[in-house]
Design a binder for this molecule. Structure first.
Ligand code: FAD
Length: 341
């Protein structure tokens, strides 16, 4: 039995798992949950490799103190109307690649809130890998945020990527005048969590100018953000210049570079539409050359991401954050094509 096929969903209001027995270097855990008025009791095995690895259950801050580059993956939870199990296969395959931590995105407007927290707890409890929960605040009151933070804490999760977020297009509810720094302050007050923040090598699209953006980034760090994870960048020159600017501004927390492998022209158009990342001419040529050959485009995309990562590692970046899009094949190909491992 693997954590991915234990049969019952790893539910909301689950207990923290309790270790029951040792068996052939696998440890059997028991957990329970209340869902729809029913009590569920279920078991899963945790791999022995999880127990043996030095970084297990280590806070993300400690990871950065002990090794460079720290390798992390981003995954997204199932859509609100999809069963939790739909992502477990991908997560099972991704965990076997031994990332240092895995971050779980948060749907705009909180649409995936329960599934984000469930998936993060599952990653931590079933695989012993630190999970970083993304949390947005623009559609939440401070009272809502307090409730969510309590739930995060109750689930035994210790790391939060504090984000302002954007209201969804068709959002009818409240939109609060808030910035990520305000969320960082609320989280930091609890003195329980490791806090990360988002950073934009090409500037946030709403920023008046790069100087203002950097000033606000510094405020975010001064409020308690201990790690910066960058927006997707396809051009290392932006990442390197940004890092210089950050250091010049006196920001000393680690910066991990966000890298997304290209696998289709549609994906890139979508991503650039969302975050405005610049496509270097080399990447544009690649997209044109392989526009009618999906497999060749994917291989070239992986090769491009590997070159980008090797260059960033050589330049001494603290971490590499791979936007996996829940595609273990891409993450695996990147790890074998780089000197990250
Ligand atoms: P902020 O840090 O608040 O910055 C937003 C803008 O406000 C910037 O222009 C900044 O310069 C400005 N600003 C900041 N403070 C002030 C101030 N005091 N006064 C005036 N202006 C100010 N979105 C999701 O919905 N779910 C996710 O899971 C998610 N994950 C992400 C992960 C990463 C690594 C990144 C880089 C982005 C992610 N996003 C996610 C997208 C993010 O929510 C958007 O980019 C959003 O527009 C900004 O969020 P932020 O936390 O960077 O905001």
């Amino acid at each position: 039995m693997t954590p991915g096929n234990h049969g019952l969903p790893y539910g909301a209001n689950s207990s923290r798992p309790t270790r029951l027995e040792d068996e052939n270097a696998m440890h059997v855990f028991c957990s329970h949950s209340f869902r729809n008025g029913c009590f569920y009791l279920y078991f899963f095995k945790k791999r022995s490799s999880c127990d043996g690895a030095a970084h297990m259950y280590m806070k993300i801050s400690e990871l950065f103190a002990q090794k460079r580059p720290v390798v992390s993956f981003e995954v997204f939870p199932p859509k609100p109307d999809s069963p939790f199990e739909t992502v477990l296969e991908a997560v099972e395959a991704l965990h076997s690649l031994k990332p240092d931590f895995i971050s779980v995105t948060y749907g705009a407007g909180g649409s995936t809130q329960n599934k984000t927290l469930e998936l993060a707890q599952y990653i931590k409890d079933a695989y012993g890998i630190e999970a970083l929960v993304h949390l947005t605040c623009i559609t939440n009151s401070l009272e809502d945020i307090e409730k969510i933070l309590k739930e995060i804490e109750d689930r035994g999760l210790e790391n939060i990527l504090a984000l302002r977020g954007d209201p969804p297009k068709d959002w009818q509810g409240s939109v609060y005048k808030i910035h990520a720094t305000d969320l960082v302050k609320s989280i930091a007050k609890r003195k329980k969590f490791f806090i990360a923040g988002a950073a934009y090598p090409e500037g946030h699209p709403e920023a008046a100018n790069p100087k203002e953006d950097l000033r606000h980034l510094k405020e975010k760090v001064e409020a308690g953000a201990e790690l910066l994870i960058t927006q997707i960048a396809f051009d290392n020159d932006y990442l390197k210049r940004f890092r210089e600017g950050v250091a010049h501004a006196g920001i000393t927390v680690p910066i991990t570079a966000g890298i997304m492998p290209v696998f289709s022209a549609g994906q890139i158009a979508h991503i650039c539409g969302l975050c405005g990342a610049t496509l270097p001419s080399q990447l544009v040529d690649m997209l044109n050359k392989y526009s009618h050959n999906q497999d060749a485009l994917q291989s070239a995309g992986i090769e491009y991401a590997c070159r980008q990562i090797n260059d960033l590692v050589d330049a001494g970046f603290d971490g590499i954050h791979i936007y996996t899009m829940n595609k273990p094949l891409l993450a695996r190909a990147i790890l074998s094509g780089t000197n990250l491992r």
